[in-house]
Ligand binder design. Structure first.
Ligand SMILES: Nc1nc2c(ncn2[C@@H]2O[C@H](COP(=O)(O)OP(=O)(O)OP(=O)(O)O)[C@@H](O)[C@H]2O)c(=O)[nH]1
Ligand SMILES: [Mg+2]
Length: 326
């Protein structure tokens, strides 16, 4: 990704269909942004879009969503992590994280909850002031209901992040509203996210990071819950005496769905844990090269900084020696 030094890089996250791409298309006016109109995720890989708002350049990173049938949550985590590590090594820092949430959702789905927990771990406590929890789909609910849900989110689901400095915002679908939200990040300092520090500076593999551990815990929870439900459905199927063929077929179908969910959760967990053994060398080699580059760049800019200071000191010395006439 090419960026100019003045650009503010903003990561946009959230579950599938939350409205990440719609928000980005609205504020950038870029017709290349892919917006979904089906049940499945439309954003399959991270893409970047530029907007100049009030003279400042913002680069938005559109990410694939959680709760996606085509991509597992684990794939999304890997995709985002890989990008964040590459950016860090290329000396590109994130200035803001906009996490998108549909106010029209009447309850917090498992995937929204998992994503938020993971995001908190991915960013780390010190980056919370750079996070905006942004609600969308306001046109789908009566305003009073939306406000009620928003205050429930603020006092419950989002409370911990708000306590640590995260802001909230409403996106009403207009470009003006989107620009206002982006501009509110203008004065935030670029940050190093926890995942970048843990993977690049500390050399941990994904499963050993805070985000990886949250993902692992969530996968274990899914497995336990699904196993209990599956056992219950199987017992019910076996004990059924009446011959309602349609009901039996529906329940058997439901059991197959649970089996698949259980299998997916196990596979994702294996993929996560396999990082420790199989991918460590590959991961380290990839980032070692990038990290070396970053250090070289930092060294170069440090030397430039020292050279500037020396020049200033020399100038100041000459200025006082020559009575300000230099
Ligand atoms: N009514 C309404 N529809 C919206 C709003 N925001 C997005 N949508 C619609 O919701 C659908 C999904 O929007 P996207 O912007 O593609 O969602 P996304 O978060 O990028 O989803 P993925 O890329 O699949 O993760 C599209 O049909 C949008 O037109 C909104 O504020 N109100
Ligand atoms: Mg999208």
């Amino acid at each position: 990704m090419e960026t100019r030094p003045a650009e503010k890089v903003i990561l946009v996250t959230g579950v599938t269909g939350a409205g990440k791409s719609t928000f980005i298309q609205t504020i950038t006016g870029d017709s290349n942004v892919v917006i979904g109109h089906g049940l499945h995720s439309s954003t399959q890989a991270i893409a970047t879009y530029l907007a100049v708002i009030e003279g400042t350049e913002y680069r938005f990173l559109d990410t694939p969503g959680f709760n996606d049938t085509a991509r597992s949550e684990m794939d999304v985590l890997l995709c985002i992590t890989s990008w964040l590590c590459d950016l860090y090594c290329a000396n590109i820092r994130i200035t803001g994280i906009i996490h998108v949430h549909r106010i029209s959702d009447d309850r917090i789905q498992g995937s929204s909850f998992r994503y938020l927990r993971m995001l908190e771990a991915l960013c780390g406590e010190t980056c919370m002031p750079n996070v905006i929890l942004m609600t969308t789909h306001w046109d789908k609910v009566p305003i009073a209901l939306g406000q009620e849900r928003e205050s429930e989110l603020r006092s419950g689901f989002w409370n911990q992040m708000i306590q640590k400095g995260a802001q909230t915002a409403r996106f009403d679908g207009s470009a003006t509203s989107g620009w206002k939200i982006a501009v509110s990040l203008k004065n935030c300092s670029p940050v190093v996210l926890a995942i970048q520090e843990q993977m690049i500076d500390q050399g941990r593999v994904l499963s050993e990071t805070d985000a990886g551990q949250v993902m692992n815990e969530e996968l274990v929870k899914i497995q336990r819950r699904t196993e209990i439900e599956l056992r219950h459905v199987q017992e019910t199927l076996q004990s059924q005496t009446q011959h309602n063929a349609q009901a039996q077929a529906d329940m058997a179908e439901y059991a197959r769905g649970l089996e698949k969910a259980l299998q997916d959760a196990k596979m994702n967990q294996q993929a996560l844990l396999a990082q420790t053994q199989r991918n460590r060398a590959e991961w380290e080699a990839r980032f070692a090269t990038l990290y070396k580059k970053m250090l070289e760049q930092q060294k170069k800019s440090f030397l430039n900084f020292v050279a500037d200071v020396v020049t200033d000191v020399v100038k100041m010395g000459l200025t006082s020696a020559f009575g300000g006439g230099f």
